[in-house]
Write a new protein. Structure first.
Length: 132
């Protein structure tokens, strides 16, 4: 079982935006798609951005940071009688954060790359949705 997902979340009140595209491959060594233990891998790239003023009368600023994830996971899927599925998984993955860009009106811009993070970090997800 494989899927390709795209997420684009905008929150206009706070000025934050999260965009993500990824693919996940799941195998079911115990049970099956309706109810079973999953073993799989995830590939995902994303970007988080936002902007605004820190306080009234301050200068406008915005930021952008990108990330990449390549990981392996273990999880469980359970299909409820009325068609919804509950899925939880966790694993370890190679996370790479791209360059952080910050732009401040009338001041300039800053680009910084963070290499001090550990290359392998835990990740997980919890999904509740309809099957069709």
């Amino acid at each position: 079982r494989a899927y390709l997902g795209l997420l684009d979340v905008s929150t206009p009140l706070s000025g934050l935006r999260h965009q993500m595209v990824g693919a996940r491959l799941n195998l079911y060594p115990l049970g099956g798609f309706r109810r079973g233990l999953m073993l799989g891998s995830t590939v995902r790239v994303g970007q988080f951005s936002g902007g605004g003023r820190l306080f009234e009368g301050s200068t406008e600023a915005d930021f952008t940071v990108s990330s990449t994830l390549l990981g392996a996971h273990l999880g469980f899927r359970f299909r409820l009688p009325f068609g919804m599925s509950l899925c939880a998984l966790g694993g370890l993955g190679y996370h790479r954060f791209g360059t952080v860009q910050v732009n401040v009106d009338k001041v300039g811009s800053l680009e910084e790359t963070y290499d001090s993070q550990p290359p392998v970090l835990p990740y997980g997800t919890f999904n509740l949705g309809w099957d069709f």
